[in-house]
Design a protein around this ligand. Sequence first.
Ligand code: BES
Ligand code: MN
Ligand code: ZN
Length: 512
Amino acid sequence: MAGELQIDFTALKDAGARKGRGAGGSAGASTWVVLAGADLAMGAETRRILGGAVDLIKRAATTAKFKGQSGQSLDLLAPTGLPCERLIVMGTARKAEEAGPVDALNLGGAIQGKIDGQPRVTILFEMPDVAADADKAAADLMLGLRLRAYKFDIYKTKKKDDAKTAPKSQISIALADPAGAKREAKHREALAGGVTLARTLVNEPPNVLFPASFAQRAKDLQKLGVEVQVLDEKALAKLGFRMLLGVGQGSDHDSKVVIMRWNGAKSAKTKPIAFVGKGVCFDSGGISIKPAASMEDMKGDMAGAACVVGLMHALAARKAKVNVIGAIGLVENMPDGKAQRPGDIVTSLSGQTVELINTDAEGRLVLGDVLWYVQDKYKPQFMVNLATLTGAILVALGTEHAGLFSNNDELSARLTEAGAVTGEKVWRMPLGAAYDKLLDSKFADMKHTGGRYAGSITAAQFLQRFVNGVPWAHLDIAGTGMASPSSDINQSWGSGWGVRLLDRLISDHYEG
Ligand code: BES
Ligand code: MN
Ligand code: ZN
């Protein structure tokens, strides 16, 4: 795919030794990137390598009002006395309240934004005023480069021709201890693969990615050692997934449930942790059909399932020492003569009966059966589900935070902390008996929507009726998983949100 980078780690001292090679030479134009903090503070080795060019930078900085602030950069072409054709100075100074471990990741993204398409780049990675672990910072920088470089352009036939002729970018990250950085980078390469896989699944159009083809992409994880089981409609009917099957019954595409299993813990008997994703490959609303405006966005209504597949990829690729179940419910919600109706009463896998109110509230019906199945069959330590569940969470939290709903304070705290560290932030919302009561039905054990108010909370209350008391968290990612705003590390419509968050949750608390 376009945007591929070849990245290696080299010794900073050798970057200086390359002086003289390449200037106007046969290897093609090269770009150097250096870092400068407040008042143009640069690392000692960087200053040594730049030599007389430091003055050049100072003069240019004065004219360009470059002060080394994060977000600022300085671009010098054909810099005198250096063996490169272009020198980019990236500002790294941040206001105190912004500082944190996300820095190197976002810096990597910002650098890739500047060097995109350049054939040969050397980044002199010496952080002038950040005391973070240098190995991890360099690996984060690499991850930032990769995430920013991701492009979903396989359906752009004209651009594709250009991309074919463009050479792969060769990027060297030059730093004091390349061996240490390389060790850390293995984890980040796995993460990059997981995040970009999730993004691609979200970006794919719904005529390409439907339940069967999605299931096939999940099956590809077998190459990494993940066990993958696909339950088809016959199997699901036999098991009793009637609530999930009802959602897909108006579609020509058969519904599927995919169970992925990664056994990385020392003992196969260690209780797994479980991740469950909403995989509505297209959500037309069904009989309660949506208005036409932006309906095309509903191809992304499987971002929760995409995250679970991306996470399983990352965990398997880095051989995480943990037992994990990933379960996704794959359906298409369509209007049709066979589609289910408002007023229908369905019996869920749990045995509870549900009166349907609005067929556009389909995600909770899919998840309810999968959550019940997972807790019953795998007895997990806890379950986390992800779903583009409600438009109401966009009203409440916008695109900055995902909504977090949970029956467990420890799991909530850990998710919140992992969110702060990775920048994939979550905000806890309330649950409670008064909200739960809004789901009482005249005719069945419950109805499936709760009325106009607190729409994200009543959706979560519905899910909670299917977790059977197991520690559980629900992430409503309708605002974060799709139609994402561009950032330093993401220019894609589908952000792959949640893969880094959950990988971090696992590596911080559940491995070893
Ligand atoms: N997939 C939608 C939620 C959604 C909205 C995701 C916007 C991403 C962006 C979900 O299935 C849905 O339609 N929810 C309804 C629930 C309502 C009918 C109770 C909603 O939010 O309006
Ligand atoms: Mn819907
Ligand atoms: Zn939906």
